[in-house]
Design a protein. Structure first.
Length: 68
């Protein structure tokens, strides 16, 4: 993870972290986080996430252990 400086509007900058993370938990809560964003300053476009399809199998393994 690395802190970066993003330009949110012309001439206005905000420092934020750009990182990769895994989110485990109830499907409904994960959906809320995906739609609303994780963290703070979501109204500025921060907290946005992208699902990495190549690593999605880790979530499937977690669900299998949880239901077993």
């Amino acid at each position: 993870s690395k802190m970066k400086r993003f330009e949110v509007k012309p001439g206005i900058f905000q420092r934020a972290w750009h990182l990769v993370f895994r989110a485990y938990g109830d499907d409904e809560l994960i959906k809320v986080g995906y739609r609303a964003g994780f963290g703070e300053k979501n109204s500025l476009g921060f907290g946005m996430v992208k699902v990495d399809e190549r690593k999605k199998s880790g979530c499937d393994e977690y669900r299998k252990r949880k239901t077993a």
